[in-house]
Design a protein around this ligand. Structure first.
Ligand code: UDP
Length: 243
């Protein structure tokens, strides 16, 4: 984590995604991630809003990234700027979504014909090509190398980091009574370094309450389970209790 220059000013929109807007700033190597309340599911086919989701996700992600940095996990996080804004290092996003799974759910249950909830004997790491128009198809290390999405040594590093991050995140959520079922990570290049980027929030994770089994993530929105704002608030409350 580095200190933010005091005079950084928000400038033009660089990219607007489904849940965040990325702004350029007066510093060329620094961007602002702005967290929206917009929620989408099923590759954008279902749209809605979850009141205060952006505020919760910024808080949860900022807290997790700053704790990770203390434990030598390198991220793009610089500092939380405001309720919905996070200052981040500018990275070149590797167009590969890294999904890590500890428990069978979602597309894995479907693909393998397994019961949701089956605990995996070891984590599964999967790769998806980050391309909305194609619906983020699953790919492997050969596709990544042959289509020049990333170099082999970069992916060796990403894979090692994914396992390290998984150990860290599993322990973090365990402390607050949550099972980390599965989640998506994104990484980016910054000079010679590869940094964990994007966000870590209930939007991109499956989180189940360890005691009640309650769903504490975006699946509430996907499945119309209700109480979405309260759920994001609850994850925020628990996450921020970890120091
Ligand atoms: N995920 C995500 N963005 C995506 C695809 C997946 O954040 O574009 C997350 C999702 O929230 C879940 C995990 O990655 O925590 C695994 O998702 P899965 O492959 O099971 O797909 P889904 O069931 O969400 O379609």
């Amino acid at each position: 984590m580095s200190e933010a220059p005091a005079e950084i000013v928000r400038e033009d929109v660089m990219h607007e995604g489904k849940a965040k807007i990325i702004y350029l700033t007066s510093a060329t190597d620094v961007l602002i991630q702005y967290f929206k309340d917009d929620a989408t599911a099923f590759n954008g086919k279902k749209k809605g809003t979850i009141v205060n989701k952006g505020v919760c996700n910024n808080d949860i992600s900022s807290h997790i990234f700053s704790l990770m940095e203390k434990d030598d996990i390198r991220t793009h996080f610089i500092e939380k700027l405001s309720e919905r804004e996070m200052l981040v290092k500018r990275v070149e996003i590797i167009p590969v979504e890294v999904v890590v799974r500890n428990v069978v759910a979602g597309s894995l249950a479907k693909r393998m014909g397994r019961e949701t909830g089956e605990v995996l004997p070891e984590p599964i790491v999967e790769y998806y090509y980050k391309d909305d128009a194609l619906g983020d198809p699953m790919i492997n290390r050969n596709h990544i190398r042959i289509f020049h999405l990333a170099k082999d040594d970069e992916m060796d590093h990403v894979q090692k980091e994914a396992y390290k991050i998984n150990d860290w995140l599993k322990a973090f959520f365990d402390k607050i009574g949550i099972t980390l079922v599965d989640y998506k990570l994104e990484f980016g290049r910054s000079g010679d370094e590869i940094l964990l980027a994007d966000e870590i929030s209930p939007d991109g994770c499956r989180l189940w309450d360890k005691e009640t089994g309650d769903i504490l993530d975006k699946d509430r929105f996907r499945q119309d389970l209700g109480k979405e704002p309260e759920t994001y608030e609850e994850v925020r409350r628990r996450a921020l209790s970890v120091s």
